[in-house]
Design a binder for this molecule. Structure first.
Ligand SMILES: [Fe+2]
Length: 367
């Protein structure tokens, strides 16, 4: 049986190598998260029953490899065997969508009027967005959600050395790799001021500015999603909004155990959003998540505050109506969020494979 590691498929997609991806999971799972550009046939039950006609209705190209995909890489092997019997060149994705959760791609953003370059690192398999900001020979990483080596390689390809690592908040949907990245690089670790984590860091407070030559990163405390949530404003032009503000929605008040806490979080978020909207309208917004799988197209996921103002209707509600609407639309909490939060507060990575804990789509936005 021919299989393909997720990293190889990632490289094929990055290089534009012709490949057809056939996802055989149940429709509900495919609808929640998928590989960009993949075809889908709901063949899971038929394959499980070893029905040899499971894929007979699917027409596939004969001039390029086919990669079959399922949740964990088992049913996709049966699918691959059936397609191989038709004479097709087929590979089954090793570890399925769980392994794919670590796949990523990039897009570059130029910062007008400066030598600063921003790379948006998109964890397409999960929707987490992290950033490498490069200037001169230095790089600054925000919200690292992938293996430190990914950031080290990107920095070295650009001739940068990673000197500072930031998180916008204590994450609940993925394991932060910020601490690991600082351990590997010797970089400084900057976190919003809070008493939640039990390891050393440099606290960032509202109004602080980091000013290595050409950088100018201003800290804006924007509570709501979490009490310590913070946005970073680069050169008064580019705003890294974490899980406070997205392209078409706002963050969710995260991890509140009581209705009073959730209401207080939503009220804080209302004020934080309006604080951000007071910045120049042309400010470029770079969020911490995408709610869709990110294509390998090199197109940045970004917007401007002017567009946010025009497109997100709920930000124009009164505070009371905003809170009411936000709380009525809260999505289900992400899977394993309580364990992920504890590990992020301890600065530890789990003994089980990280993809086991991080499985599933992110559910950070309300729109
Ligand atoms: Fe978050």
């Amino acid at each position: 049986m021919m299989t393909i590691p997720a990293e190889t498929l990632r490289l094929w997609l990055e290089e534009g190598y012709p490949v057809t991806i056939l996802d055989v999971r149940p429709t509900t799972e495919y609808a929640e998260w998928s590989i960009p550009g993949s075809l889908h046939v709901d063949a899971y039950e038929a394959l499980k029953a070893h029905n040899l006609e499971a894929l007979s209705s699917v027409t596939l190209p004969t001039d390029q490899p086919i990669v079959t995909v399922c949740g964990a890489g088992k049913m996709s092997q049966i699918a691959a065997e059936q397609l191989a019997a038709r004479g097709l060149q087929v590979y089954s994705l090793e570890g399925g969508m769980k392994a794919w959760s670590l796949a990523w791609n990039t897009a570059e953003i130029a910062v007008a009027g400066s030598a600063v370059q921003v790379i948006q690192v998109r964890r397409t398999g999960k929707g987490c967005l992290s950033y490498v900001i490069g200037v001169d020979a230095e790089a600054f990483v925000i919200d690292a959600s992938l293996d430190p080596q990914v950031y080290l390689d990107l920095a070295s390809q650009h001739g940068w050395q990673i000197t500072s690592v930031f998180d916008t908040h204590i994450h609940a949907d993925h394991l932060s790799r910020a601490r690991q990245l600082t351990a590997k690089t010797g970089a400084m670790l900057f976190l919003p001021d809070q008493q939640r984590v039990s390891f050393p860091f440099t606290a960032m407070r509202d109004g602080d500015t980091l000013a290595p030559p050409h950088l100018m990163l201003t800290v804006l405390h924007t509570p709501g999603h979490t009490s310590e949530s913070t946005c970073y404003w680069l050169r008064n032009r580019v705003l890294f909004t974490g899980d406070t503000l997205f392209l078409t929605g706002v963050g969710r008040p995260d991890l509140h155990t009581t209705q009073e806490e959730a209401t207080a979080g939503a009220e804080a978020l209302y004020h934080s959003i309006h604080k951000l909207l007071s910045l120049p309208a042309e400010t470029v917004v770079l969020p911490g998540h995408s709610s869709q799988p990110v294509p390998f197209d090199g197109v940045p996921i970004s917007t401007t505050l002017a567009q946010v103002n025009a497109q997100i209707e709920m930000i124009h509600l009164t505070r009371t109506d905003f809170v009411h609407q936000l709380l009525s639309r809260l999505p289900a909490t992400p899977p394993n969020y309580d364990r992920i939060v504890i590990l992020n507060e301890q600065g530890l990575l789990p003994e089980v494979p990280m993809t086991e804990l991080e499985a599933g789509a992110n559910r950070c936005a309300i729109s």
